[in-house]
Design a protein around this ligand. Structure first.
Ligand SMILES: NC(=O)c1ccc[n+]([C@@H]2O[C@H](COP(=O)([O-])OP(=O)(O)OC[C@H]3O[C@@H](n4cnc5c(N)ncnc54)[C@H](OP(=O)(O)O)[C@@H]3O)[C@@H](O)[C@H]2O)c1
Length: 253
């Protein structure tokens, strides 16, 4: 077991990529603090599934965009599960619209959740991890930070900032043995990508050199590498996991 008895906080663990990471980390022996915002039933069901397989997991409700809630959340996790060894900042949202039409509230909501949510959680674990001279932080970014889509100025800005934040934080925490990395997924089959998948159909698969969409497990496996001893000499990196999508259009001969 690669994460035996490590306490792992995973935000947005009720569904999609976060759920995939929580289930894999639990199977590798981690004690999971699964954070959700509104999907209590889904989070409880996920936790019950882990427990039924002999794993350790507990669900916690909090809105990561709210610093006061996040402070209370980490105090509760520390007392009920233990000091945090691994933090996965996965919670994220989209509110797409063309820039000139975008409601300022949608701009703010996306930045507040994706970027400030990541900051809020890192802020709770940074000092304790430095003091213990160990820790892993994994931020879930997106290829959309660099390979931009129409209607995603808010989302691209939030994920681009997460990439820069990851590098800058890595430099500050590295001398104390704490690593900070990001994963930039491409199209992954989750609720978030459903509207685009439904609209574009097979066209998306054709754009991806590996000719399939990603699954939450594809991201979870890379997160496991970064969280485990195997990833111990990597920090400040943004790992793209997209089936080759970001290589750009491929011209066949
Ligand atoms: N799917 C993709 O193709 C794709 C591609 C690139 C990057 N990503 C990134 O991967 C991450 C996960 O995406 P996903 O596709 O798994 O999304 P998803 O299926 O929509 O799930 C989002 C998760 O985030 C949680 N969440 C949202 N806002 C929150 C908040 N304010 N506080 C706490 N939790 C919150 C949700 O909780 P509730 O269920 O309780 O609402 C849910 O668990 C995101 O950061 C996303 O930007 C996804």
């Amino acid at each position: 077991m690669r994460l035996k008895d490590k306490v792992a906080v995973i935000t947005g663990a009720s569904r999609g990529i976060g759920r995939g990471i929580a289930e894999l980390f639990a199977a590798e022996g981690a004690k999971i603090a699964a954070v959700y915002r509104g999907s209590q039933a889904a989070a409880e069901e996920m936790v019950a599934g882990i427990t039924a397989k002999g794993g350790v997991a507990k669900a916690f409700q909090a809105d990561v965009s709210d610093l006061a809630q996040v402070k209370a959340l980490f105090e509760t996790i520390e007392s009920e599960v233990g000091p945090v060894d691994i933090l996965v900042n996965n919670a994220g949202i989209i509110h797409d619209d063309l820039f000139v039409r975008m409601d300022p509230a949608d701009w703010a909501k996306v930045i507040q959740t994706n970027l400030f949510g990541t900051y809020n959680c890192c802020h709770q674990v940074g000092f304790p991890m430095m003091r213990r001279r160990s820790g892993r932080i994994i931020n879930i970014s997106s290829v959309a930070a660099e390979f931009v889509n129409m209607g995603q100025t808010n989302y691209a800005a939030s994920k681009g900032a997460i990439n820069s934040f990851t590098m800058a934080l890595a430099v500050e925490l590295a001398p104390r043995g704490v690593t900070v990395n990001a994963i930039a997924p491409g199209f992954i089959e989750t609720d978030m990508s459903a509207p685009v998948r439904n609209k574009a159909g097979d066209a998306i698969q054709k754009m991806i050199p590996l000719k399939r969409l990603g699954k939450p497990e594809d991201i979870a496996n890379v997160a496991l590498f970064l969280a485990s001893a195997a990833g111990g000499y990597m920090t400040g990196q943004v790992l793209t996991v997209d089936g080759g999508l970001s290589l750009g259009p491929v011209v066949s001969k």
